[in-house]
Design a protein around this ligand. Structure first.
Ligand SMILES: Cc1cc2nc3c(=O)[nH]c(=O)nc-3n(C[C@H](O)[C@H](O)[C@H](O)COP(=O)(O)OP(=O)(O)OC[C@H]3O[C@@H](n4cnc5c(N)ncnc54)[C@H](O)[C@@H]3O)c2cc1C
Length: 352
């Protein structure tokens, strides 16, 4: 959001061996630690951060393994396989290991270019790969939990390196243990994904279905779906390099089945997805009259009301005032309490 003051210390990690040093430094001086990726989902406070920011600068997509296929041939190094990516019959699932400092969209591009499906829907989500499991990034019907096998981490509580499986991470909508029960405990070094040759199953997410029928698209390869998603996103989501935003500022509202029935009776648009019943919070914000409005220097995006843009706000307080007005009005009108999605770097709430 391009708000917030400076951090006292920043530690950039280029090798796993440097991680214990960074945490050791913070411990010695009794300072809190915040692990930062690309900052796309993080908001700073005006007073700055009196602690140590640690950034994963380790990059690379490696350890590419073909997991074998129906032909009975065993795993091999895919980079040596000439047939790799040529057809869905010939190849089985592929595992890739991505260092946490790699820009996330490079991973989506890499997978799509190899004909691998599973993360094409997550194309163009800003940020680094290490942050992807933290809030279980999701878009267009896919979430990182669908393809994530395990992650390598440094555990600041036990001062040791560990591997956590998908199950260990307890993923749900925009949640994992990394942003709930084990918040600030682990430094994500790398993530391992298992991707499938082939294409996204149909029916696609509504807006993709709409696009393919309007444009008579018949090529549903990961590369083409990625291209379509890039186009859809560019048409409604402002480029964060040009307009400061944190993407969706609020989470969607998830409802129990009886509450979903009540909401439908009231005429609210209820969506049923793999995580259950939900209402798009952007719709609630729009109905509450905020579409395109400017509040304390914060613009409610005209095309997607879930996105707040910092147009002329000069302090965290401007953003907080805009956010709180939106939450209060939506609650007054609909009785739903919007929950903020981006994380805040504060000087409180840290274990030292
Ligand atoms: C324009 C825009 C569009 C967006 N669209 C989407 C979308 O469609 N779907 C979606 O899910 N999100 C979306 N987002 C949110 C954001 O892109 C994701 O949350 C992304 O994963 C953030 O990555 P980052 O590296 O910038 O993380 P940061 O903002 O730097 O960090 C986010 C959280 O992850 C933690 N973290 C980061 N790196 C590590 C690490 N190596 N180890 C441990 N913890 C770490 C941080 O402490 C923090 O809690 C969007 C954001 C923007 C600006």
């Amino acid at each position: 959001m391009r708000l917030g003051g400076p951090a006292r210390y920043v530690y950039e990690i280029e090798k796993p061996e440097e991680i214990p040093d960074a945490y050791g430094f913070a411990k010695t001086y009794n300072l809190p630690v915040f692990v930062l990726g690309g900052g796309a989902n993080t908001i700073g406070h005006d007073e700055g951060f009196n602690g140590v920011i640690i950034i994963n600068r380790m990059r690379g997509i490696t350890d590419v393994t073909w997991m074998g296929d129906d032909s009975g041939r065993g795993p091999q190094n895919v980079l040596q396989s000439k047939n790799f990516g040529e057809g869905k019959e010939s190849a089985g699932p592929i595992q890739i290991k991505v260092m946490g400092g790699e820009p996330w969209d490079n991973v989506c591009e890499y997978a799509a270019s190899k004909g691998l499906s599973g993360i094409e829907g997550l194309s163009k989500i800003p940020g680094l790969a290490g942050a992807a499991p933290v809030q279980n990034i999701g878009a267009y019907g896919q979430e990182i939990t669908d393809t994530l096998t395990e992650i390598d981490v440094y555990d600041s509580e036990t001062n040791s390196f560990r591997t956590l499986s998908n199950e260990d991470l307890q993923f749900s909508y925009r949640k994992s243990i990394l942003n709930t029960t084990a918040k600030n405990r682990y430094f994500v070094i790398s993530i391992t994904l298992t991707l499938q040759p082939g294409q996204m199953p149909r029916p696609f997410y509504d807006s993709i279905e709409k696009y393919v029928s309007e444009h008579n698209v018949t090529d549903f390869s990961p590369a083409n779906i990625r291209k379509i998603i890039s186009e859809i996103r560019a048409s409604k989501i402002p480029d964060p390099r040009e307009k400061a935003s944190a993407g969706s500022f609020f989470k969607n509202i998830y409802l129990s089945e009886p509450d979903a029935e009540t909401a439908k009776e009231k005429g609210y648009p209820v969506y049923k997805g793999k995580n259950g019943y939900s209402i798009n919070s952007g719709w609630l914000i729009e109905q509450a009259g905020f579409k395109g409005e400017l509040l304390h220097g914060i613009r409610v995006n005209e095309k997607a009301s879930l996105i707040l843009i910092n147009e002329s706000a000069t302090s965290y307080n401007d953003l907080a005032k805009a956010r709180d007005e939106i939450i209060a009005k939506v609650y007054d009108k609909f009785g739903y309490w919007l929950e903020q999605e981006p994380v805040e770097i504060t000087n409180e709430n840290f274990k030292r």
